[in-house]
Design a binder for this molecule. Structure first.
Ligand SMILES: C[S@@+](CC[C@H](N)C(=O)[O-])C[C@H]1O[C@@H](n2cnc3c(N)ncnc32)[C@H](O)[C@@H]1O
Length: 266
């Protein structure tokens, strides 16, 4: 598709087996999202952009749902998902390969729709929220975690100050990150009662290698159609600039996560 959906899915399939090692903080964010869902009885759950199933695992631990449907366009991620949660006793797992806007799931069938660290990749945010809201039963809860506006500034500064700047990669941050008012609007336009939307900003210290590995795993598809040699030469420059900017605690960066909880009226 021209809006890059296939590229995103193929990128995640390529990195599916490395995903969990590289994104510990995503996983912990998914767990905090699950902890923020109002107490209740959620029998039927839909996990959109379910990935390797980490957030589903946290949901099972907290709510013991009877049935979970995982939707993801990436075959590689669904394979990891199946291996992780496919055999858990007491919960029926259904997997569907698909895009958020064309999910092969019934309308008004789920008590909870969760979407952890996937929403920022959806090319049409309003349509995505509407599709997820359609799947909710009246009174059902929607829980979203995605990349928030303003994070990764140190890396963006590196990209902006290389010559020439990489406009494609720089622009990608603006294309995916969102702020609180935008998220509220997606949810309101989808007919939901917005209960809580908040942002979390954290400063982290890591190695240059670990940071670049995380970028490869979650955003490798943004490399686009540049040749391998061009990308390698460019990454050498990026890495050298990051090393120069690193201090005694390593590479310092901040990451902003946007959380939202909403309920379907009724
Ligand atoms: C960073 S992973 C998050 C996985 C998991 N939810 C978690 O919490 O670890 C993002 C996932 O979103 C999926 N995704 C990307 N674009 C999508 C789309 N248009 N519709 C549904 N899922 C999508 C990717 O294939 C990938 O598995």
């Amino acid at each position: 598709m021209s809006d890059g959906r296939d590229l995103v899915a193929d990128g995640f399939t390529e990195t599916a087996s490395d995903y969990e090692d590289a994104v510990r903080f995503n996983i912990e964010g998914g767990q905090r999202l699950v902890m923020s869902i109002p107490a209740g009885h959620y029998e039927d759950v839909l996990d959109v952009g379910c990935g390797t199933g980490w957030t589903t695992q946290a949901l099972i631990d907290r709510f013991s749902p009877a049935r979970i449907t995982g939707v993801d366009p990436s075959e590689g991620m669904l394979e990891q998902f199946q291996a992780k949660v496919g055999g858990i006793d007491g919960v029926e797992i259904t997997l569907a390969q698909g895009d958020v806007e064309n999910m092969p799931v019934p309308d008004a069938a789920f008590d909870l729709v969760i979407c952890s660290m996937a929403y920022h990749w959806f090319p049409r945010k309003w349509d995505a929220a509407k599709a997820m809201a359609r799947a909710l039963k009246p009174g059902g809860v929607m829980a979203i975690l995605c990349s928030g506006r303003g994070g990764e500034q140190a890396y963006r500064d590196i990209l902006a100050n290389l010559e020439p700047p990489n406009y494609t990669w720089l622009g990608a941050f603006d294309a995916v990150q969102r702020d609180i008012p935008e998220m509220e609007d997606y949810l309101l336009q989808a007919g939901l009662d917005v209960q809580d939307v908040w942002m979390e900003r954290r400063v982290r210290h890591t190695t240059v290698e670990a940071y670049l590995e995380r970028m490869r795993v979650v955003a490798g598809h943004l490399i686009g159609d540049q040749s391998e040699d061009d990308v390698a030469a460019y990454m050498d420059q990026v890495e050298a600039a990051m090393r120069q900017a690193s201090g005694p605690r390593g590479w310092t960066y901040d990451f902003t996560k946007l959380y939202a909880i909403a309920r379907k009226p009724g």
